[in-house]
Write a protein that binds this ligand. Structure first.
Ligand code: DC
Length: 225
């Protein structure tokens, strides 16, 4: 069967990472987490003392990015110049930074080729905001995964609690709404479903149910090619 490109876009907290990881495993595909790349740019610029509002310098960081992904057990580790930054790129602060740096057009174009290179050859599940619209417009299977914003905030609070961090629900909800608003309204590559994407609302489905329905749909599509 043909090894296709699968894209999963959608807002923060919709469950993209968990769904993409399990779907990749179920299909025997690679996983490409494009949000981690924007997060890596945000972390690197912050460490260099550069403001996230400085588009040109953020773009230079994006062009020079020495990033590598490595699956260890169940976890997708992210390395920057050999350093494991998997935890450092997931803080609420770097989340906001990633959303800010991703709004600069030169940053997006610097990362476009990198993402396409990492997805070469198919057999890959790509997750992000514009992967079905801009990065892989010819992907054979596209999904837009969403959920109600209160449900997304509830999941984010639970996820951080599981890793020992306590955050306030109301603050998390307003951060999610702020990030959605910025990601969806930027001029370049805004977060919108591709015209040929299947919209999936995960509010009332379990992770397993979502993964199973996506896997069935991908396999049907691949078999038809
Ligand atoms: O999926 P995530 O939460 O790790 O993404 C972090 C930020 O990166 C998100 O707020 C917007 C940006 N992003 C993007 O603009 N385009 C992508 N394909 C992936 C992420």
């Amino acid at each position: 069967m043909k090894q296709v490109v699968v894209t999963i876009d959608g807002p923060a907290g919709a469950g993209k990472s968990s769904v993409a990881k399990q779907l990749a495993r179920r299909l025997g595909y690679r996983l490409l987490d494009t949000g981690a790349i924007y997060r890596a740019v945000a972390l690197t610029t912050q460490r260099a003392g550069t403001a996230w509002t400085d588009g040109e310098r953020c773009a230079q960081v994006a062009r020079d990015l020495d990033i590598r992904f490595d699956f260890v057990g169940d976890k997708n580790h992210v390395f920057l110049a050999g350093e494991d930054v998997s935890a450092a790129i997931r803080t609420p602060e770097v989340s906001q930074g990633a959303s800010q740096v991703s709004a600069h057009p030169p940053v997006r174009s610097a990362l476009l080729e990198l993402q396409r290179r990492l997805g070469t050859g198919g057999g890959v599940v790509v997750e992000g905001r514009d992967t079905g619209t801009i990065v892989f417009p010819n992907a054979e299977a596209k999904f837009f995964l969403t959920a109600k914003d209160e449900e997304r905030a509830r999941r984010r609070v639970a996820e951080l609690a599981a890793s020992g961090t306590t955050v306030d629900f109301a603050v998390t909800l307003s951060e999610i709404r702020e990030r959605d608003q910025r990601d969806a309204s930027r001029d370049v590559a805004p977060m919108v479903p591709a015209s040929d994407a299947v919209i999936v609302d995960s509010s009332t489905q379990t992770l397993e149910e979502v993964v199973e329905s996506l896997a069935t749909s991908v396999l049907q599509r691949a078999a038809s090619l």
